[in-house]
Write a protein that binds this ligand. Sequence first.
Ligand code: NAD
Length: 360
Amino acid sequence: MTKQYRITLLPGDGIGPEILGVAVDVLQLVGKQCDIEFTFEKALVGGAAIDATGEPLPQETLDRCRQSDAVLLAAIGGYKWDNLPRHQRPETGLLGLRAGLNLFANLRPATILPQLIDASSLKREIVEGVDIMVVRELTGGIYFGQPKGIFETETGEVRGVNTMAYTVQEIDRIAKVGFETAQKRQGRLCSVDKANVLDVSQLWRDRVTAMAENYPNVELTHLYVDNAAMQLVRAPKQFDTIVTGNLFGDILSDAAAMLTGSIGMLPSASLSADGPGVYEPVHGSAPDIAGQDKANPLAQVLSAAMMLRYGLNEPESASKIEEAVTKVLDAGYRTGDIMSEGMKAVGCSGMGEALLSVLS
Ligand code: NAD
């Protein structure tokens, strides 16, 4: 029997429409091969939504996402909207989407592909075999804590304020995802905080430590975020699963991204306790190369594979897509961001064609 899924597509801004187009073509072909029928519905988010409706996350978009089986997002943002007030900025749309869908856990794999070892800025012996999963808390912490804003004090001084806050319930919920993810991998969990300075981090550390009792087969360690950043570039193979808060996870997952050679290669999954997840590349909208057929669509394509695996429970079709990515890299196809000597240079559309051809 043909399985049917409703997917909301959020192309967003910059290179978003280009890379999402490639992922949709791939999904359609794999769907046919695996007896899956996708119904794709596009909706507006980010700068594109601001231009059309005046707001970065129209209610209609949120409603459509909630009614779908999964959401495939590209990226938002660009120079054009950088000077708008904060509540009208594209990034506010993304934060609203995460909060509106209750996406509290963000899974970001940083796996070094053997074909791309030389694209890494680190030495081969340091990055060969790196396979890290960063589990980032997504709906709490300093991006959401109150009070926040730019205020004038009684003495007329202007202050900018953000508040890093976590409740016990928020910490426990993400720690559980961290432990369970580590259990499915190599059984090592590193919790990253700043407990030497921040009270909120001390609570984080206490809760994660207490939870370790329930997971005797997981080896738990703790690192301060500054040391974790250093260790990631010094000896990244020591890490299996990392669990951390919103701000630290944002920064560390970008650092982990660079180990793999290109931010254009990294997918992510944002999971909710009860509704559809959002699957998106780690990178942004790359306005510097938008509309020039230069973007690497592989992070978006691998995000579609994560959607199949984690959101729709279709591991067979997910594997087909992951294998196709490996095959095009083996065949030497490279976009500019991962180009190296002797390889075949292609643009975003050329990479899409190569994927369809190895899948056919
Ligand atoms: P970025 O990830 O968009 O770009 C950083 C660098 O990586 C650029 O040189 C870019 O050309 C390159 N790059 C990124 N993705 C690529 C790809 N697929 N193929 C080839 N090269 C790629 O980050 P930025 O420049 O800091 O931000 C640009 C805009 O994106 C900003 O408006 C920012 O707010 C937004 N942003 C959005 C998200 C998101 O939608 N999740 C995430 C990060 C940044």
